[in-house]
Design a protein around this ligand. Sequence first.
Ligand code: SAM
Ligand code: DTB
Ligand code: SF4
Length: 337
Amino acid sequence: MDSGIVRGYEGRSKAGSPDIRLDWTVEEILAVHQLPLLELVGRANAVHREHHDPNKVQKASLLSIKTGGCPENCAYCPQSAHHREVDLTKDRLMDPAKVIGLAAKAKAAGAERFCMGAAWREVRDGKDFDAVVQMVEGVRDLGMEACVTLGMLKPHHAARLAAAGLTAYNHNLDTSPEFYSEIITTRTYEDRLETLATVRSYGIDLCCGGIIGMGESLRDRASMLHVLSTMNPHPESVPINALVPVEGTPLGHRTPIDPLELVRMVATARIVMPTSTVRLSAGRSSLNREAQILCLIAGANSVFYGDKLLTTPNAELGEDAALFGAIGAEVQDTASI
Ligand code: SAM
Ligand code: DTB
Ligand code: SF4
């Protein structure tokens, strides 16, 4: 690629940029979301190009380090112990050496970020948390960004993760404050916000987003983006997931969303949070190549790479090679993931 094409994006302002607003209202966000599609995508792409290299898509690799048996009752989640009809093999926490080995493989296949998820309600002190700290250290030693998602945590846990070099902590709002209790009743929105504040206070980046396609209204989507875009600073990373309906969960029979709804959500997130990394996360396997490219034009600048998310299938590696080939990004050796 002619590096001159992208040179203009280096060194552009991030924090303190005049177009970074912390005072978006729900009405304004809803109005952006409902713009005519071509206008919305055009505006989002302009914001994207102002703050990011439009040819760069970060590949993040995702691994479930502890699977299933979670005491929370999140209606979308196959890992909740409340949803007994789900066909899922539970697994204890993985061995750190195995996890670090898989991170090295993911790096060899082109991943820059390694995200580890545990089906925990909260972090508890003990050998399992010690092992997670070891995993974070190992991933950082490989020169990769490390992200974990472990549920709620206390300040001393955040302090240990920060000392281990953790790049980011993923803790999603999932939906709007108004719709939240339709989806989860075993913890509150306030619990979520408290964990996020704790993580932030230890200088760890926030990875915080949500899911669309759970029966929420467009106002709920705008309201979730309102909570995110009024955080100061904005979360560094915002995953936008489309519900993966899993049989046996209360949302297992929901019809998958129209891909253009994901395009609208990504574009709106890009406009209201110009400098955040917007991640096109779960649900990508039901999008064709062109719909994914539309999401990238609308401002997504990262995808999960690899054939599995946590417990459900992701876009297939061959399809991803075709996607990255089509957009001209470097194609890695897919056999090594
Ligand atoms: N237990 C931790 C927690 O809830 O924060 C971490 C793991 S949890 C599986 C991480 C995120 O995955 C959830 O917050 C949710 O946004 C997303 N997720 C889980 N199941 C999903 C599904 N079926 N479709 C889309 N996103 C899903
Ligand atoms: C996020 O927002 N999406 C990822 C990551 N953060 C941890 C998880 C998606 C999980 C999809 C359902 C599954 O595979 O279990
Ligand atoms: Fe547990 Fe997280 Fe799944 Fe909720 S989303 S049931 S907290 S693993």
